[in-house]
Ligand binder design. Structure first.
Ligand code: AHR
Length: 865
């Protein structure tokens, strides 16, 4: 690029920056300071009271200025997403110590209200949802102080009659019993802003309070504008940019040890990841335990008969003397009446493969013969077996099918041949050929694609599945081990069913198979904050009197995984076929929970118990679902106070966030907890996986490698999604019954996983332009894989132009050597990447051109092999 062009480009950039600064007030504008001003706090009913607490200010109570306008400064976290999270009739109050308190109704019916406090109205502390004991709804609450006590008055209008109550508290944690009162004090004000009359609370404050609110809103808007940048505007954003030159000088003496567990996977049974997915079982609803409650009674066909057909099937259901109390239901078949299972979107079969069939059955009377066939829709039989049921109590029968042709849509048909009735349960069909040939094993192609990521750890069973939808749905590891009929199937909170055939034993076994560390995540004694059952979302923790037993279950898990075969729980593991310990080192406690007192109390009990009994286990705490905000602050505060060794951070954010937050971990205090970035993904509008999302993750992972001394682990989420059964997008790997479809983002994970290092080398990176937007779209990371004696250089170019890069590896490479160069590239919106790999020769000095929108990995053998 000639100098004139460069000058023009820079001028354009300066003009754009100035325009942006004017638009988004950078540096944030400071209004003339009137000393004191009036602040009005209100909300409107937009979005069913979900737009948060708003502020307006005025110096004369006549001319009002909305901040935002109607920027949300506080949001409710009570109850389900979608239907709840409502901030109804908020009331703001400043106490005599200057602390602000907001209280509000959570909805029109629940017997709880909400409270949160703040020093500055911008940063809010944890929320609580007190339940006054008069047992009816809490409406229009107000608060004031009297005799050093906070007095809260509210209205209850259950059953049509309106009553007024008052409670008192000194700390917003424990409350007096409700007392009936005649009426609520009138403490709200009406203010006319424009042509709207709004109701809220009026306060006189120092101007700095209002300036703080304006600054916070401006900063948030400015950040949003950066985070919203996508490649769709690159043509104008980088208009005139022809190419960029970068000089990378690696500093071999500036090195640090980084985690050897940086790249792992997040497995959750979401999107049919387990049943119908990784778990190789081909019979759907094999135990007749599907229940309408799995789908919250929203699908009348989702019941004990789902995926099954038979004449008058409803009349065949029974639950007397079941195979096990955890598997209550079974069917009783009559002579000649066939029972058909359609599998999960049909049963795929492969030519020349063996399929193992099993069924638990009992006869009522004489022995009976079951004809079991794999057929197509037209009745063509692929193979059949006969099973003689000769016992009047439950017994497991097994046979194998040998298939000659590959078909995608078989069905299984069972037909009794004699007149005595036969009860059937636990009907199962597994390919013999599972991953690592385990019985009750995993689908080979899917497991292999996961293994090919070279994950250093596996997190399971979630995600939200781990903490569940309400206390009763918290994942209970103990009911997922042992013989299949004794396991306790459960509702999957993603609105389907978990057989838990893929249970803790299978998870640990998979980890061992792929040489990855197991990272089970256990609920912190609280269910998901978005729960719709059992009361106020996460407010309903496990009752205190049950916590000891719950904690014992967690300690038992450690013994089950690590104890020798003579221990009570180690014995169960050995009996299942694994006498050797599984070598468990990490346990996650909690999953992006709402940080409340209810959470803290239970988390602390669990953490202390594990620390005391098993100091060798690294406990991973949780800091909420976002990269900032109340749960993040409060979660980190608890982690620092308790000296929790690691915390689990989650953030699903747009590519722009990854581009502009590459320094996120640079300032993290190295003396505090380590970080497990347990769930993250780049989310574009419409949620595709494409080159843009993948490259933004690649760019960020380079920054994570640079911070591999504080970031111990990362896992993209979610991992798997079955086509047509997807509750969440994007996912890393899509699949159907016969195909596996890794996404663009998968290949980025794979390139990082297969090219992980344990030493990070600092580099000086000089870009030939000062344009921050250009600089932020180029990433470089240099690591050493000590085991393999390799230096790995990763370059990310998220620009629409090529980048000429010269790299000096200094003393890291002392003579010409061989390397493998892999280039991942494509148009930003492409859903498939071009992946090119070639062998090259290199020395300490390399020159190369990085294609537009590309990720290049050079794996250099330190010495010629
Ligand atoms: O990854 C999907 C979901 O996202 C997880 O279950 C939950 O933890 C997060 O909200």
């Amino acid at each position: 690029m000639d100098q004139l062009q460069q000058f023009k480009n820079q001028l354009i950039i300066v003009l754009k920056m100035t325009l942006l600064a004017l638009l988004f007030a950078i540096p944030v504008k400071t209004l003339a300071n009137p000393g004191k001003a009036y602040l009005f706090a209100y909300t409107k009913n937009e979005n069913r009271s979900r737009n948060g607490l708003h502020f307006a200010w005025s110096t004369d109570k006549v001319n009002w200025h909305k901040i935002g306008p109607e920027h949300g400064f506080l949001f409710s976290d009570y109850g389900r997403w979608g239907s709840q999270k409502r901030l109804v009739q908020p009331f703001l109050f400043q106490d005599t110590n200057g602390l602000w308190h907001a209280i509000w109704s959570v909805n029109e019916s629940d017997t709880a209200f909400a409270h949160a406090a703040s020093e500055d109205l911008v940063h809010w502390k944890r929320q609580s949802y007190p339940m006054p004991s008069n047992g009816s709804n809490v409406l229009e609450p107000v608060v004031f102080m009297k005799d050093d006590q906070y007095v809260i008055q509210y209205k209850s209008d259950n059953n049509g009659s309106t009553e007024y109550f008052q409670i008192t508290t000194s700390d917003f944690k424990s409350y007096s019993k409700p007392q009936k009162i005649d009426k609520i004090q009138t403490l709200k004000t009406e203010v006319v802003i424009g042509n709207e009359t709004l109701t809220g609370t009026l306060h006189q404050v120092d101007w700095k309070v209002i300036q703080g609110l304006i600054d916070a809103k401006d900063l948030s808007k400015y950040k949003q504008s950066l985070h919203a940048e996508t490649t769709a505007e690159d043509a104008t954003r980088f208009d005139g940019l022809e190419s960029v030159s970068v000089a990378v000088k690696v500093q071999p003496e500036q090195k640090k040890q980084i985690s050897d567990k940086l790249m792992g996977i997040f497995f959750e049974d979401i999107n049919y990841a387990a049943d119908g997915g990784l778990y190789a079982e081909l019979i759907q609803n094999r135990d007749f335990e599907y229940h309408p409650s799995d789908k919250q009674y929203r699908d009348k066909n989702w019941n004990h008969f789902f995926a099954w057909t038979s004449k008058n099937i409803e009349s065949k259901l029974d639950s007397v003397n079941p195979i096990h109390e955890n598997n209550k239901y079974y069917l009783i078949l009559n002579n000649g009446e066939s029972l058909t299972n359609e599998g999960f979107d049909a049963i795929p079969l492969k030519a020349d493969e063996k399929y193992n069939f099993s069924i638990s059955a009992k006869t009522y009377g004489n022995s009976n013969k079951l004809l079991v066939q794999l057929v197509d829709d037209a009745g063509k039989v692929y193979d059949e077996v006969n099973i003689k049921v000769n016992a009047s109590s439950w017994k497991k029968y097994q046979k194998s099918f040998k298939i000659k042709e590959t078909v995608a849509d078989a069905k299984l048909v069972i037909t009794p041949q004699n007149s005595s009735k036969v009860a059937v349960d636990m009907v199962s069909l597994f390919p013999e050929n599972t991953f690592h040939n385990h019985k009750n094993g995993l689908r080979k192609d899917l497991a292999q694609v996961i293994a090919d990521l070279h994950p250093q750890f596996v997190r399971f069973p979630g995600g939200c599945v781990a903490h569940g939808d309400g206390v009763d749905n918290i994942y209970d590891w103990k009911s997922t081990i042992g013989p299949l009929e004794t396991r306790k199937p459960n509702r999957n909170l993603w609105n389907y069913h978990q057989t838990v055939g893929l249970g803790y034993y299978e998870y640990f076994q998979f980890c061992e198979d792929i040489n990855a560390a197991p990272v089970p995540v256990i609920a912190a004694g609280v269910p998901c904050q978005n729960s719709g059952t059992g009361g106020a979302g996460q407010q309903c923790g496990i009752p205190m009197e049950e916590m000891d037993a719950y904690i014992q279950d967690i300690l038992d898990l450690i013994e089950w995984a690590n104890g020798d075969a003579a221990t009570e729980w180690g014995k169960k593991r050995a009996a299942a076929g694994h006498p050797k310990p599984f070598n468990l080192k990490y346990i996650g406690i909690g999953n992006e929970d709402l940080i409340t007192d209810v959470f803290e109390e239970r988390f602390t009990m669990i953490f202390n118990a594990i620390q005391e009994k098993h100091p060798e286990i690294t406990v991973i705490g949780t800091v909420g679902p976002f990269y900032e905000g109340t749960d993040y602050d409060e979660g980190w505060e608890i982690a620092n106070r308790l000296a929790v060794p690691m915390v689990d951070e989650h953030y699903y954010v747009p590519p722009g966030w990854f581009i502009y937050n590459q320094d996120y971990y640079d300032a993290y205090d190295r003396n505090n907890a380590k970080v497990y970035l347990g769930e993250y993904a780049s989310h574009l509008p419409g949620r595709p996986s494409n080159i843009e999302t993948a490259l933004s993750e690649a760019l960020y992972l380079a920054a994570v490698e640079r911070n591999g001394d504080i970031v111990e682990m990362t896992s993209y989420a979610p991992l798997l999604a079955k086509e047509h059964h997807t509750q969440w997008t994007p996912d890393l790997i899509y699949f159907n019954n016969t195909e596996v479809k890794p996404t663009t983002d998968y290949y980025v994970q794979q390139l990082y996983g297969q090219n992980a290092g344990t030493i990070y080398y600092n580099s000086k990176v000089l870009v030939d332009t000062d344009d921050d937007k250009v600089q932020k779209r180029i990433g470089v990371s240099v690591v050493e894989d000590e085991k393999d004696d390799a230096i790995i250089v990763k370059y990310i170019n998220m620009l629409p132009v090529s980048v000429n890069v010269t790299t000096n590896l200094g003393t890291l490479i002392t003579s010409e050597t061989t390397a493998e160069k892999t280039v991942f590239s494509g148009k930003p919106d492409a859903k498939e990447a071009s992946l090119q790999t070639e062998k090259i020769k290199t020395t300490a000095n390399q020159n190369m051109e990085l294609a537009p929108y590309s990720f290049t990995v050079i794996r250099i053998n330190k010495t010629n092999k």
